[in-house]
Design a protein around this ligand. Structure first.
Ligand SMILES: [Zn+2]
Length: 182
C-alpha cells in the first residue's frame, strides 16, 4: 500500500492542472531519468536522459498538447553487444476533448470527462519515447564515419562465430561418417 502510494505520488509530477489556466499557450518542462521507466511494466527502456517539453494550448472547448522530446536512451547494440546511448527525438500533437463518451475516433484525440481538471501526461511521454526508439539498435557512426562499435568486441564475436561454424562442420563430418558406415 505504501509502495503504491509512493508510485502514484511520483507520477503525479506529470499532472498538468489546466482548469485554472487562461486560454492560450502554457509550457511545462520535464526531465525524464531512469526511475521514470520503473512505473511501466515490460518497459524495454531502463535508462534514459530525455528532456520533454509540453506546450498546452488551452481553447474554450478543447486542449492541444504539443509534446517535444529530445535526449538519449541506453540500449544494447545488436552488433557488438555493448551498451550505447541512442539519440531520440520526437514531436507529437494530441488533442484533449471533453465528453462522457468518445464521439470521434483517432489516435491523436484523448477523451476525458467534462468535470476533469487535470491531465496526467506520463503515459503519453512513455509512449512517445518508446516509439522514437529505432527498431535496429546499433552504435551510431563516429564523426570520422567509422563504426561506433567496440572493435575488440567485434573481433571476439567474429572469432566465436567462426569457431561455431567449424564445430558444426566437424559434427556434420562425423555424422556423414556414421551414415556411410551403415
Ligand atoms: Zn555496437
Amino acid at each position: 500500500m505504501q509502495h503504491f502510494f509512493r508510485t502514484v505520488e511520483k507520477l503525479s509530477t506529470y499532472n498538468i492542472l489546466f482548469k485554472g489556466l487562461k486560454e492560450g499557450s502554457h509550457v511545462f518542462d520535464f526531465q525524464i531519468g531512469d526511475s521514470f521507466f520503473e512505473h511501466f511494466e515490460n518497459s524495454l527502456i531502463n535508462q534514459a536522459a530525455v528532456k520533454v517539453q509540453v506546450t498546452l494550448e488551452k481553447h474554450s472547448s478543447f486542449l492541444a498538447l504539443q509534446i517535444r522530446l529530445e535526449g538519449t536512451v541506453k540500449l544494447m547494440c545488436d552488433r557488438c553487444l555493448d551498451w550505447y546511448d541512442q539519440p531520440v527525438e520526437d514531436q507529437e500533437t494530441v488533442f484533449v476533448k471533453f465528453g462522457e463518451t468518445e464521439s470521434e475516433e483517432g489516435d491523436d484525440v484523448i477523451w476525458i470527462l467534462p468535470e476533469e481538471y487535470q491531465i496526467n501526461v506520463a503515459q503519453l511521454i512513455y509512449e512517445y519515447i518508446s516509439i522514437s526508439v529505432p527498431l535496429k539498435h546499433v552504435h551510431p557512426d563516429r564523426k570520422d564515419g567509422k563504426s561506433g562499435c567496440d572493435p575488440e568486441m567485434l573481433e571476439k564475436l567474429e572469432k566465436y562465430t567462426h569457431q561455431e561454424v567449424e564445430k558444426t562442420d566437424e559434427r556434420w563430418d562425423e555424422l556423414k561418417k556414421l551414415l556411410n558406415n551403415n
